[in-house]
Design a protein. Sequence first.
Length: 100
Amino acid sequence: MYYDNFAARLSKLRQEKGVSARDMSLSLGQSESYINKIENNYAMPSMNGFFYICEYLGVTPAEFFNEEQKNPVVFNELINNLKSLNENQLKLLSDFIKSL
């Protein structure tokens, strides 16, 4: 049960990032099939491996398991982009979002 949730969440976050399981595996310094094995419930990462996966995906471990936050990768990107806006731009954006 927990394995299935972990595997599904990993797959979802990886796909949202737009990267293949093979490319992610190699970027993490693992074999080509590393992520594929995890997503298909044939393996689980070590704790260090999990932290590397989170870092690669751009999410915290808490965000990884928080399924209420549907797209944490895009959410974090949005937050980082907001940091560069000035006060007037933030107000305009806030007003726009409220109008949605």
